[in-house]
Each structure stands twice: as C-alpha cells, then as structure tokens.
Design a protein around this ligand. Structure first.
Ligand SMILES: C=C(O[C@@H]1C=C(C(=O)O)C=C[C@H]1N)C(=O)O
Length: 278
C-alpha cells in the first residue's frame, strides 16, 4: 500500500480489523471511493445518495448512513491532504455464525486514506481499451450499488495486466457492454452521448450521474442511458470513461481502432473542473 496510507476502523486510528467482520467473510457491505483535493472531498452529496441507496437495497437496518459523520475520524488527515483517495467501507454488523444478516443495526465503518503522487485534476493521458473475457453476472437486486462483491472486477483487472491494454471493457452474460473494470463508459454519436443502462449489473458511478444529470446538457450534448453493443462502441465518434478518481478520461484506442476525436470528453472535463472549483 502506498506510503502514508492511513486507516480508521469504527473511528479508531488503526490498521487492525476486529473479527468477525461480515464484509471480510461474505462481502456483506458497501464502499465508496472519494477523491480528496486540497483538503476537500469532492461531490460528497453524490456519494451520500449512492451509499444510502445501497444501504436500503441491501436491507441494512437502522438510520440511513451519514457520510459526513462516517468520514469524520479522517477529517484532520483529509484537511492536510493535497491529493488523496478516501475509501469508505461499510459492513453489516456480525450476528450469529452464517449467512443470515440478522437484524443488527450497528454497522462497521473502515476508512482508508491513500495519498496520490500526482495531480488528479490534471488532464489524464488517453487510454487504450480492450475487452475482458470474464463477464458480469445479472443480478438486479445488486445492480447499480457499490457493494463489496468485486471478484468479477478483480479477475478482469488480472486479465488487464497481461492484455497490453490500459483498461478492459466488461460485458454482461449476453455480450452487452456495461463498464470497464473500474469506470463507467460513454460513447458519442454526433451530438448524443450514451452510457450503458445498469438495470442488471454494473456500478452507477457518481461522475456518470453528474454527466447524465448536469454536465452533458451544459456541454451541449443530448445524453441517454441505454443498451450499447460492441459495434456501437467500435463505430462511435468518440469514447470516454469516468470514475471518482480519474474524473473523465478519453479512449484513444478501442481494440484495433484508433480514436482521435476527444472533443466531448474535453468539454465534459471542463464541466467537471468547473464543478470542482465551485
Ligand atoms: C476499487 C476501488 O475503487 C474503484 C476503483 C478505482 C480504480 O481502480 O482506479 C477507482 C474508483 C472505483 N471505481 C476502491 O478500492 O476504492
């Protein structure tokens, strides 16, 4: 883990995880990845909305999570960070042995603050995109939320290491493009931006939501979430990806096709930077 990484568990500064932990045992939990720039967490309100959605979608009991309260143990460290990634992990409290979630209302919160050694707001180098062999399973009860069951992404990231590509696009069981191993994807066809709908699988990213709800319109594009195909990506005028750490990153190669037009990503990135600065 990068030097300077700090951990907290249930508000205590520690690198140890009390056992039992249902997140470690069953992936029974959620996580959020927040970018910290110049002592400020970006778009916390968007992460709050998704955390609450996951909390309710998994049937956690008790009051909805308060992101600001959950990250409060790291407030001082965040304030001193020029650039860092805060990972918040929320797991269901341990009950009796076994899968049954019980009715525990107390939940465990683990924070990890990892310093970045680059400016995360600088323009990212465009990336090359391949296609992963591992497919995303359909599970509408878990679609869209950032739950802890990430083995598909782990296996795809393992494929990526030997792929010769910077990133890999992940398809569902029917071969429909969903997202990359760690980001949402958009294509541009003329003045329309499209991103995969995530009714059956995938993570509804915070930057994806901002593009859908605000930045595409501001940048002068129509935008939709809809089923994409590999051909639609192959034939697109432009492709870009987004997540909470990289912001908006252009795709300069998809499989064997070179993409030279990055104008929409540049316009969306300007909206992103303006929102960060506001
Ligand atoms: C896996 C985490 O977060 C996801 C992965 C990345 C990444 O690999 O860059 C960035 C944001 C998330 N999509 C995590 O542990 O926070």
């Amino acid at each position: 883990m990068p030097e300077g990484t700090q951990y907290w568990c249930d508000a205590a500064s520690t690198g140890e995880l009390p056992l039992p932990d249902r997140g470690m045992e069953f992936g029974d939990g959620l996580f959020e990845t927040l970018l910290c720039v110049d002592g400020k967490l970006l778009f916390p309100e968007r992460h709050q909305v998704r955390l609450e959605q996951g909390f309710h979608q998994l049937g956690f009991n008790g009051p909805a999570p308060d992101l600001e309260a959950l990250v409060s143990p790291a407030t001082e460290a965040i304030a001193q960070s020029t650039a860092a990634v805060l990972r918040l992990t929320l797991t269901r409290s341990a009950g009796l042995r076994g899968y049954a979630p019980g009715d525990g209302t107390a939940h465990r919160c683990v924070l990890r603050l990892t310093p970045l050694n680059h400016d995360p707001l600088s323009e990212p180098v465009p990336l090359s995109l391949g296609v992963a062999g591992i497919r995303l399973a359909h599970q509408p009860a878990l679609a869209g939320i950032k739950h802890l069951n990430r083995l598909e992404q782990v296996l795809a990231a393992g494929e990526r290491e030997d792929s010769g590509f910077d990133e890999l696009l992940m398809l569902d069981m029917q071969g429909v493009p969903i997202a990359t191993t760690a980001a949402n994807i958009f294509i541009r066809e003329g003045k329309t931006l499209s991103t995969p709908e995530l009714a059956m699988c995938g993570i509804a990213g915070t930057r994806r939501a901002l593009i859908l709800e605000e930045w595409a319109d501001t940048a002068g594009f129509r935008v939709q979430s809809c089923p994409l195909s590999l051909d639609s990506i192959r034939e697109a005028d432009e492709v870009f990806v987004c997540n909470s750490v990289i912001g908006v990153r252009s795709v300069t190669q998809f499989l064997d096709r070179v993409l030279n037009d990055h104008s929409a990503a540049a316009a969306i990135r300007q909206c992103y930077l303006a929102a960060v600065a506001s």
